[in-house]
Design a protein around this ligand. Sequence first.
Ligand code: GRG
Length: 303
Amino acid sequence: MSEILWQSGVSLTEASARAIELTDALIGRLLEVPPDLEARVYEAMRYSALAPGKRLRPLLVLAGSTLFGVSRTSALQVAAAIEMVHAYSLIHDDLPAMDNSDLRRGRATCHKEFDEATAILAGDGLLTMAFEVLAQSDTHGDPNVRCELVSALAGAAGAAGMVGGQMIDLIAETQTLDIGAITRLQRMKTGALIAFACEAGAILAKATHELRIALRGYAHNLGLAFQIADDLLDVEGSAEQTGKPVGADAAAGKATFVSILGVERARDQAELLIRQAIMHLDVFEERAELLRQVARFVITRSS
Ligand code: GRG
C-alpha cells in the first residue's frame, strides 16, 4: 500500500481540493507535450482535460477506493483515466455537429480555441490514452484486474453507455421521449460513467459481490440525481455559475426531467434519489461518510 489520500473524517471541501490537485498533477504528467510536430494535439488535450472542473468522477474513484484501502497510485491512475474519458466527451459534445457550443468550463470550447479537426483529434487522443493508462502496470499488479477495469470503462463509455446515450439524446431533438425513455437515455449518457467511477475502487480491491452491488445501487441513484440537478441548473442557473451556456435544452425543444416533472417535482425526485443513494452505503458504516457528502453535494451544487 502506498501513501494515503486523506485522513478519515476529511471534509468534502478538502477531499475535493485534493482530488483536483492529485488528478490534475497526474494528467499533466501523462500529457507532457513532446517537442515534435504533434505537440498541438497534446496542447488541445491539456487545454480541455486540465480546464477548471469539479473532477467529480475522480473524487468518486478516490472516495470509493479509500473504502477498501486501495493504494493511492492505483486509485489515481483510474481517476486520471476516467477524467480523460469525461473530457473527451465534453470536447465532442461541444462540436458543431453536436451541441455547437462556444463555452465550456468558463472558457472557449476546444474547437473554438484550436479548430474543429484538432478538437476531434484531442477527444480521440484522450479516449485512447485513458485505456493505455488503465493497462499500465502502475494501475494494478494483477493483469486480470487491469482487464476488468478496461472492460468496465469501455462498457460505460461505449455504445451501450455514454455513446449510446448521446445518440438517443440527438434523436430526442426531433422525437418526443417519455419519462421512461429519458431515464434510460440519462442512465446511459451520464449514469454509466458515474457508475464506473463508484465501482472502480471495488474492482481494484477485488471486493465481494455484495459490496459491489451496494456501490452500484448508490451510483444508480446518484447518477440520476446528478442529471436532474443538471437539468435544474439549465433552467435556473446562469452561464457565469455553470461555465457553459444555459437554457440549451429548452431552446432545442428537448424533453428533460424538469420539462416533464416541473421544477418542484424534479427537485423532490432528486432529493428522494439522494436519500436512496445514501441508504445503499449503510453496509460501509462510517467509512462511507465522504460518499454520503458527495451525494448531498450533487443536488446542492451551483455548477
Ligand atoms: C460525445 C460520446 C459523447 C458523449 C457526450 C457527457 C456528454 C455525452 C455530454 C455532456 C453534455 C452534458 C452537459 C451533460 C449533462 C451532464 C454532464 C456530463 C455535465 C458535465 O459534467 P460535470 O458537471 O462537468 O461533472 P465538470 O466540468 O465539472 O467536469
